[in-house]
Design a protein around this ligand. Sequence first.
Ligand SMILES: *Cc1c(COP(=O)(O)O)cnc(C)c1O
Length: 428
Amino acid sequence: MDPREFRGGEDYARARDERDPLAALRDRFLVPRHGDGERVYFCGNSLGLQPRRVRDVIDEELEDWAKLAVDAHFDGRRPWYSYHEQFAPSAARLVGARPSEVVLMNSLTVNLHLMMVSFYRPTAKRRKILIDGPTFPSDIYAVKSQIAMHGYDPGEDLIIVQPRDGEHTVRDGDLLGAIAEHGEHIELVLLSGVNFFTGQLLNIEGAARVARDHGCAMGLDLAHAAGNVPLQLHDWGVDFAAWCSYKYLNGGPGAVAGCFVHERHGRAHDLPRCAGWWGNDPDTRFEMHLRPDFVPQLGAAGWQLSNPPIFGLAPLVASFELFDEAGMRALRKKSEQLTGYLLFLLDEINSEAGDASRVEVITPRESARRGCQLSLLVHDRPSELHAALDGAGVTCDFRPPNVIRVAPVPLYNRFHDVWRFAQVLREL
Ligand SMILES: *Cc1c(COP(=O)(O)O)cnc(C)c1O
């Protein structure tokens, strides 16, 4: 993408919105208010906005519960017994998988643990986990506890590949090099697709290849990647992935998370796993006490434990309809433009100020190495700046000590939002 294609003025932003083939999707969401207008909402990387249709979908489930009660498991308009199955085709499209390779269940950290039960099986010789930094706390806690549960020492057996001194993001060469260097001792490589703090998109395909060459299992935490960047989990051959549904997938607070298990493991009945009745073959599930032996169903669905929380899944009916309508390809194309435009305006602000590091973008500048989020390092009173942005009607978030994360989301953000953000920032 060529930054010279952008222009500075408000008219330009409005003209871009008029030409945007996805512009109408904005009206399918509820945008928080600011005075007489709407807020600039750049926090979809933390909690996506509510699709307008969510209320109807939830009302429909309430109605089925009221009118049919237990019979809604089979006679409801979206029968609860097979409720999770309706999401598989859309979720598979989002992450580049076959429908049998994905399932929505539990929450993200729970799914990471369930996956590690199956794919982190350390031995004395091969027992390390390699992750990328900076790492989200829940992921660190999860991997350390897994190492300790197997009787090993997280201080010794956890490798965190960090950015080099004076740099903000991990070099792909360093990441692949570390996997190769420690490969024979690594049992699991667990990477974030898109880093929560820096917004960096890792070279997942390359890392998966090196991990496979060295006999390591490969898993992904796609919290910031699902619904943000195109993914090809099946073709990349990763063993598993997990993601939450309340960030870019707009499923609402605590929405049911997603999980991918590669097809080659879907039939592996000998893999150790935590078993529960919802992972059992649905044809014999209700034979209950007559069938004490667990027979996992094929694919990712065989890792389910409990019957799913219908109200935690229902909003995703509305959200996935919008993703299917727009398509990840078109969304990514708009996203590259929106965030490219944001980068262009930030450069402009820095050059007007005569100080290239006033707001320093620590996210990689090349669109192939990031999603929609830009992370801004602010040296001068960052939390005051964040509070002032909030007061001026801009929702973005602050990560101590000095980073403001800004995520223009192509489903509902406009070029004009980006322009307004830059205008507020310039005035502050
Ligand atoms: C958001 C996020 C989580 C959150 O975990 P939950 O189990 O959904 O609470 C975990 N890891 C990463 C990298 C995240 O970005």
